[in-house]
Unconditional design. Structure first.
Lengths: 397, 397
């Protein structure tokens, strides 16, 4: 790890599993924190999620790179004692259990902040630690539904559609990471730690942007519009002769350029489409007119034409096409991790392109308990004999 | 502002407009930074986006709360001189122009970091500042398309669907905020500032989660699945007699409880549905069977039944229903801002529930140039006479 990282020296004790919590600690790890993932002896639940490479879950690997793993039986007294020493070691704790779990374990914020002053403790959950739903179980798809996000995503047929990735988990993970980072800065200034409560439902509501004011101010009930934008047109997908492409030509200038490309200056001059406001009002009629022309050439042909006129556009990439795109490669947004046993796994790179402390993918995800001995030795100063005994007694793995 | 905030005293000079950049500075402002939004004399483009309340854009208001506005003509020499004094004032600069714009203005990182050492400078853009597409114009819908996100979102009919909010802008704004926060921490440790380059395309690729490894490791080409999850079942929307609801019962235990609720223990015992793996393989057949039963009661009736069995579920809320939900109210995820002229506007609250320094919505979005005089006076020590002259000469507004 010769490269400088922003969070060098920040110690994170990571109790997280599956996705929302691990997203938070992945962000911290990508930014350089030393993240120790404390797993039960059977491991994070997502270690059995497909797809697999040599019996290791690629799902798990893709969101746990840059972390170390220690496997501890927290039901045993000795295991809990080790855990509490790791609490003392840590600057930051992150967990995403049900809101009652850490309290039952005696590892809730009130308890552990007595062990370690100045601790920053982030709890990530479906509905948060307050309010009537705080003890309800939640998954991403429930949060997508109850946030209203699902009500504005989809086609005109009214059948519900989720965002294709688990954006509820991911937003909560990002917001928790933001809160941890802000709390680290605050701790540098004041010496104080604190408790952070981030929820999937909250995170998705924060992500609805104009849908809320379109209702509270505009009086509209926002609905799904396929690929179209509620207040800009044309700004959506069209079908070329071979496949779909996106055209985003909302300003009058871009729209008239687009019409010229299509040989349809009549549209730019039409009273129905003269302003963005009118184009939004007559969106469907406009889309039909544009669609007639766009079907006449391939997506690649249109991209070449639109490119020359600087009209924002793009193909709708399948995952394999995105991965092979030259720009994506140069931005290092798909990276390879090399594990001595599992081999190469390609996954998302990091979006933190920072000139002095770039985010980076430095190590592959750990095997279960891969760093148990190393952490017990170097962070907690246990002897080889003590470690051997803990392994034999199945306190650690 | 009696409440403590994490970023108290952090000065952000905000050159952003529309959505991606303003999302970044909204996060910093919600966390307590002093964000001065430097606008051209005609204002941020999004000030003319609908809906409106008393001629002010609620779109603009919802993502620019907690900020101050100063309007300066950067094409005038005097305006640029004021701008450069604000650069000296700032800890952080955020901008989301096309990648060439700030250089043309002489306000790119290389130039301004000579004026102010230790500056943290975040540039948010569609494709980033490197790579072959770096100068291409991009909007959210283009980034959604080219990231692959659109290829995994939608129904089975193959018609493309965008995520209903502009998640490309929003992720880039979040990642830029994370990088700025990490850079602030690093600056506390080392005294060094740096340049940050965050892109919408990168941000969405980072947000695809398992879709990438399902392709690179699993060899699958991820496709849209409506509301269903690629590797968990049942975990999707079903239609009750009156409306859709979500049921997320992926484990064997939850599935057998669900079958009992439906009076269909035969499904839990069936060889076709015994494990999650089999349920995913036979997802459509299973969904059809469950659908038959679920149509027999209303959504509210099912919610009551599922609640008692602790089976994760939820209605698909429209925006107005989400806003009226008791839990959402208690979590303060919809807040009111009160502007002396515009009146009350309801918008998203902040997801940063921090015990010592909670994120908060303290002030409504500024009117254009609302704080011009205040900032020139208190931050740059200009006299009333000097300010009056600048106003008369239309250097500021």
């Amino acid at each position: 790890m010769s490269e400088k990282t922003a969070l060098h020296g920040v110690k994170v004790l990571d109790f997280t599993h599956v996705l929302a919590g691990p997203t938070c600690t992945m962000i911290l790890a990508d930014l350089g924190a030393d993240v120790v993932k404390l797993e039960p002896l059977h491991g994070d639940d997502s270690r059995v999620f497909p797809p697999f490479k040599k019996e290791e879950s690629a799902y798990f690997m893709s969101i746990n790179r840059n972390k170390r793993s220690i496997a501890i039986d927290l039901k045993s007294e000795k295991g809990m004692a080790i855990c509490k020493r790791l609490v003392e070691w840590a600057d930051v704790i992150v967990e995403n259990f049900k809101t009652t779990t850490m309290k039952k374990l005696g590892l809730d914020y009130d308890s552990v902040s007595k062990i370690k002053k100045n601790l920053i403790y982030a709890a990530v959950s479906g509905f948060g630690h307050t309010g009537p739903y705080s003890e309800k179980p939640a998954y991403d798809v429930v949060a997508q539904a109850m946030s209203g996000m699902m009500s504005i995503t989809g086609g005109p047929d009214g059948r519900p559609v989720r965002v294709g990735s688990s954006i509820g988990d991911i937003m909560a993970g990002n917001h928790a990471a933001e809160a941890v980072l802000a709390a680290l800065y605050y701790r540098e200034k004041t010496g104080e730690g604190q408790f952070i409560d981030c929820a999937m439902l909250d995170g998705l509501i924060y992500t609805l942007e104009n849908a809320i004011v379109r209702h509270t101010v505009g009086g509209e009930l926002p609905r799904p519009l396929g690929t179209a934008h509620p207040s800009i047109a044309p700004f959506q997908a069209f079908k070329a002769s071979d496949r779909y492409l996106i055209i985003a030509a909302g300003t009058n200038l871009l729209f008239s350029k687009l019409c010229a490309c299509l040989g349809r200056n009549d549209l730019a001059e039409s009273e129905e489409f003269k302003t963005n406001h009118l184009r939004v009002q007559n969106r469907e009629k406009l889309a039909d007119e544009l669609q007639i022309e766009l079907e006449k050439k391939t997506c690649a042909e249109w991209c070449e034409i639109l490119e020359k006129q600087h009209i924002p556009h793009g193909p709708i990439y399948a995952i394999n096409e995105m991965i092979e795109d030259e720009h994506v490669k140069i931005r290092k947004m798909i990276v390879e991790t090399k594990h001595p046993e599992v081999g190469t796994v390609r996954m998302a790179g990091t979006p933190y392109k920072m000139s002095k402390t770039p985010g980076s993918v430095r190590t592959p995800a750990p095997k279960l308990g891969e760093h148990t001995c190393e952490i017990l030795k170097s962070e907690l100063n246990l002897s080889d004999i003590e470690i051997k005994k803990l392994l034999e007694e199945k306190v650690v793995r």
